[in-house]
Design a binder for this molecule. Structure first.
Ligand SMILES: [Zn+2]
Length: 623
């Protein structure tokens, strides 16, 4: 059944492109006030020429057909990912012309702001922008493809940001055929003019990244919606049939779990590059996901995990939207205490959906829960940094020292654990008849469908209290706003489980790593008096390879499993260059947390456990 939809939820005016053949091979197609306009005139018209692909330079023209006086133009400093990246650094040669083609002065007034004054009715602002960062958080133009997160590419005028805008790609290679260009959005295919996308406002455009190039595409229908799977990667690296089967299971499980489908079309855009890559970015009508192509041969599970997380985001964060992130301020970091919920609890549900979809069995699911508990408990910072503080400090995550276990916890990790405990607390209070599922459906109906954001943690607390009729003041005070040790055993007892501590022997190279944006692992902590310290390993060094094999985000775990006393060759790089050192691994005892059965488990507890793992309410819904 299709539930009622609010204005926010039916914001379907996405953007769809087709392809225009290249008009000029050697340079960008010129755009002036008198060059043809789209069939649907808009307050702002963007033209993006892909002519200079080999230099990774996009040529952007912005035409304001109906304007006089001063226009301010801003380049966002950040987009979607909670890190200030100052996209203006990639902008060059900003210039402007009036209706007669005469150059008009451009004044750069701030790092990310330019001003022009137009004498006539029309003005065209032009600039070039260097785009060569791959992955879902980046934008890239090259000889093999283009991928654009538009907030990294297009300046906006604060005055016209809320108004309609069009975008047209120019100088697209003819070999990038008609179906080789796809953008997320929900406008019915074929109803939009060739090569021109239309968005209701800049924010909607920024949420509709585009892929152009040569890629594989498959579509399927399910539960009344059309899903697109678009892959830029080597077809030999993955099994397309298996990928679609996995996606189908996830989308059906989620739509059914939420009893809602606020879209008619949704796109999974996958980049499967060789040698690197991990991560995903959510959008209202799709997601962009990157995964290392070589590793897909051994397992598609990491792709399933990210896909489930990103797909659930279409509700949690895109439509169930925290107040602190609205309206988006593209010019500076935004303080929010809600990411533990918007990201972490999205992971809770993502894994639960995998179990519900049959992609994880019960034991695999519980192993994942135990791994999250381990991750949290092993970080000394969990004793003093709360989930809300970690959310606020999301903007520091680009800094390897900040990511060290002594300095920070992750709002993803603690949020995921809190989501599990919140679910168990609701189940315990309602004898399994209510759960996290009811909380999300309540928030969907009370915020998303009504088109209003929720008041951060207070809104989640209010939802939990509304569906249980019980107070959650302590839970939120102690565990969300506070850093009190989590009451694992009191809550896991409901499903006949307990958290047990044990010590295991492991190897360590004397340093700890973490990764940012799916890049190479970076050293985020060095043990005092370790061989690594004596060998000059410092925070921020990137681990390139271990024994000649490219290092991945899992390098710490891999080294922990090597025999103590073994010597490994580690290649590091930093600003001064690359070097290879030999390090003898030392053995140490590590604290480890296991999720295991309580001494006796009743049939009732087993039934609770099965319902909990699969996100079900027991005995149907309470009246
Ligand atoms: Zn996320």
């Amino acid at each position: 059944m299709h539930p009622p939809k609010s204005a926010l939820v039916i914001a379907l005016l996405g953007v769809i492109f087709a392809v225009v053949p290249a008009e000029q091979v050697w340079g960008a197609t010129p755009v002036t006030c008198s060059s043809p306009t789209s069939a649907r005139p808009q307050a702002t018209e963007y033209f993006v020429s892909l002519a200079d692909r080999s230099r990774h330079l996009a040529h952007v023209s912005i035409r304001f057909p109906q304007t006089t006086g001063a226009i301010a133009l801003n380049m966002p400093a950040w987009n979607a990912l909670y890190q200030v990246r100052d996209f203006a650094a990639n902008v060059e040669n900003v210039r402007a012309a009036d209706a007669s083609g005469r150059q008009i002065p451009v004044v750069q007034s701030k790092t990310s702001e330019w001003e022009i004054t137009t004498p006539g009715r029309c003005a065209v602002v032009e600039y070039d922008i260097h785009l060569d960062s791959g992955g879902p958080f980046g934008s890239q133009l090259g000889n093999d493809h283009g991928f654009f997160n538009w907030a990294m590419v297009l300046m906006y005028s604060p005055a016209t940001r809320p108004q309609g805008m069009s975008i047209q790609l120019l100088d697209v290679p003819a070999t990038w055929g008609l179906h080789d260009l796809h953008i997320m959005g929900a406008a019915p295919a074929g109803k939009v003019e060739q090569s021109i996308g239309v968005a209701r406002n800049y924010d909607e455009l920024a949420d509709s990244p585009a892929e152009v190039g040569v890629f594989q595409r498959s579509d399927f229908q399910q539960d009344g919606a059309t899903y697109h799977i678009v892959v830029h990667g080597d077809p030999h690296d993955y099994d397309a049939g298996k990928l679609q089967e996995q996606v189908r299971k996830i989308t059906h499980a989620a739509v059914e779990w939420m009893a809602d489908r606020p879209f008619d079309e949704y796109t999974f855009l996958y980049h499967f590059p060789r040698g690197h890559g991990a991560g995903g970015m959510e959008h209202a009508y799709g997601t962009a996901i990157e995964s290392n192509g070589e590793r897909l041969h051994s397992s598609m599970m990491p792709v399933a995990s990210v896909s489930a997380h990103e797909f659930f985001h279409l509700w949690n964060v895109k439509r169930i939207r925290p107040q602190s992130l609205e309206p988006v301020d593209y010019q500076q970091a935004m303080d929010t205490r809600a990411l533990w919920f918007s990201e972490g609890v999205t992971s809770t549900v993502g894994d639960m959906l995998l179990a519900r979809a049959g992609l994880l069995d019960d034991q695999q699911y519980m192993n994942r829960v135990a791994a999250e508990i381990n991750e949290l408990q092993s970080r000394p910072a969990h004793r003093w940094q709360s989930a809300e503080e970690s959310s606020l400090d999301a903007w520091f995550e680009g800094d390897p020292h900040y990511r060290s276990p002594q300095r920070s916890i992750s709002y993803y990790n603690k949020g995921e654990v809190l989501g599990i405990l919140l679910d168990l607390r609701i189940r315990q209070l309602k004898q399994g008849r209510k759960s996290l599922r009811d909380l999300f459906q309540w928030m969907n109906e009370n915020y998303a469908w009504k088109g209003r954001p929720f008041p951060d943690s207070d809104g989640v607390q209010q939802a939990a209290e509304s569906i249980t009729g019980q107070s959650f003041v302590e839970f939120f005070h102690d565990y969300v706003a506070g850093a009190r040790e989590l009451p694992y055993n009191a809550l896991f007892a409901f499903v006949g489980l307990q958290v047990a501590e044990t010590t295991v022997s492991a190897s360590t190279p004397g340093f700890t790593t973490s990764t940012n944006l799916g890049g190479q692992p970076e050293v985020s902590a060095v043990d005092v008096n370790s061989e690594a310290q004596r060998a000059g390993v410092t925070i921020g060094d990137r681990i390139v390879a271990v024994d000649g094999n490219p290092a991945t985000a899992a390098v710490d775990d891999q080294l922990a499993r090597v025999r103590p006393g073994a010597t490994v060759k580690i290649s590091l790089s930093n600003r001064r260059g690359q070097r290879t050192i030999k390090l003898k691994l030392t053995g140490n005892q590590q604290q480890m947390y296991l999720l295991q059965d309580t001494p006796s488990v009743s049939a009732e507890q087993r039934a609770h456990r099965v319902a909990w793992i699969h996100g079900d309410d027991e005995n149907g819904s309470e009246p």
